[in-house]
Design a protein around this ligand. Sequence first.
Ligand code: ADP
Ligand code: MG
Length: 608
Amino acid sequence: MTRINLLSQRLANQIAAGEVVERPASVLKELLENSLDAGADRIDIEAEQGGVKLLRVRDNGSGIHKDDLALALSRHATSKIAELEDLENIASLGFRGEALASISSVSRLTLVSKAVADSGESAWKVAAEGPDMVATLAPAAHAQGTSVEVRDLFFNTPARKKFLKTEKTEFARIDENLKRLALSRFDVQFTLSHNQRVIHKLQPALSDQDRQRRVALVCGPAFVENSVSVDIEGPGLRLWGWVSLPTFSRSQADLQYFYVNGRIIRDKLVAHAVKQAYRDVLFHGRHPAYVLYLELAPAAVDVNVHPTKHEVRFRDSRLVHDFLFSSLNRALAEVTPSSRLDGQAASPHFANTNHMESNSDFGFGQQSSLSLRDSSYGQGVRPGGGQYGGAPVSPERIQKQLAAYARLNADDAEIPPLGYAIAQLHGVYILAQNKQGLIIVDMHAAHERITYERMKTACANEELKMQPLLVPLSIAVSASEAASAEAQRDVLLRFGIELERVSEESLIVRQIPSILRDANIEQLVRDVLSDVMEYGTSDRIQSHQDEMLSTMACHGSVRANRQLTIPEMNALLRDMEATERSGQCNHGRPTWIYQSLDELDKLFLRGQ
Ligand code: ADP
Ligand code: MG
């Protein structure tokens, strides 16, 4: 029988290290958090060989008192909390008191520090040795602050060492962790060098402009150019930061930084709220990019949920979810052509199609299915009567239009953000000119969004107007389609479609939403029915209401190869300006792009 014995200090610490010290990057995270907790505003990091050979963090923080140095390296020793209640209102990043002990048990760690309060001239150096991790102190030279040097990580835990990746990969993770912390504290200067080469030098960023510059350095300039900044207060909550325009989406969820009271976290609830906010505007399968800060009373979050503190628990998770969702949803809805063009920085240049990571699947999957549908029933759209389709144009309207064009070249003219249409290209795009340049609009995509937003509003206000068909339409369907149409008759009515089952395999459509009067009704009803079948019960249909409306909107929108008159095109441009989320179609594709005269000049090498 094996007897029980007490583990040595080192072994106990090594076991604890298993949870928090996974790789050099996790060491860096702990050291940086300590420096920030010590109030440093300048932190220099040196790494060698991906941080495995050496990781040194030097700060100008408050330092550690000589008499506390040995304690700093022992487990369950912290200056950050003293009793359980302190955990409730924790303002520091650390509190578990085990990082230094853990790291020190799996590497050769030395700590040099000079505390503000220390009277003596000299700084002190400490290292813990042997199975009992006995600390030895010696005088050293150091300015006020602390340096922690971690050499030969995992030299004594070969099993762990085997899990390390290449130097390049390990350094990439270090770099990522530095970025996360650099975005959490704009007021702190950070430098990072790898194998004696300076990789980052981030100056303290105190103004809005400087903060934006740091975000651009860390996340890339394209992110800043294609994002909107938010700053919203709620009940005891504040959310601020930057969120990408839906058209600047990514194939991976890799540009997502979310901070709760300055601590970066990955949280399901947060991810869900953000995803919901983008649901209507993001291209299928793509991920938004964001840098967001949530601030709330420390007592409203529990940070002691996970050893690495990557997760938190909100006391009122429902409130947080709703606040995040509604704030972001609003921010994205409010991106109008004029706000995008005003803040030139956030204007969707042609160039941003490059930033959109030309992932081969982007755009094409969805587009081809759209055009398939186009060809199958696009012809069915009847001319005349439609909003942008062949309505007779009054002479007065033409006069007004002409006057508007005459004003275009006058300097002081009030020109709408999306300008005035000048032509239609291949029946697909509208070319328009505004004050600064050229606007190209995908007319189907744009109209689809406008119709969709109108239907959403109408549906929410229960005023989706119905229009009886002069000749009721009979449609042959499968028995199961007919059965579900019959079963969900009331639901369909709410969506403005009145139909009746007349036999085992046929339906008669009597009324449709008047907004869709120009659609190919048979195809529309078939598609809506297939949604109904997919979503099954009626309350699930209700929760997929937006998707159903989106399907319907797609049918009610101008098809490709439809000639529009100039006044019709202008009407569409004006509607876009007035519509929420008009920058993307229902599938998340951009509806318009812009190229300034300056950019055009560059293309033609003018003035160079
Ligand atoms: P924790 O951060 O959870 O308190 P650590 O093991 O990371 O635990 O650090 C132990 C203690 O050492 C801290 O509570 C702090 O008092 C001190 N300390 C560590 N690093 C620094 C630093 N860079 N500057 C000042 N004090 C430090
Ligand atoms: Mg710590």
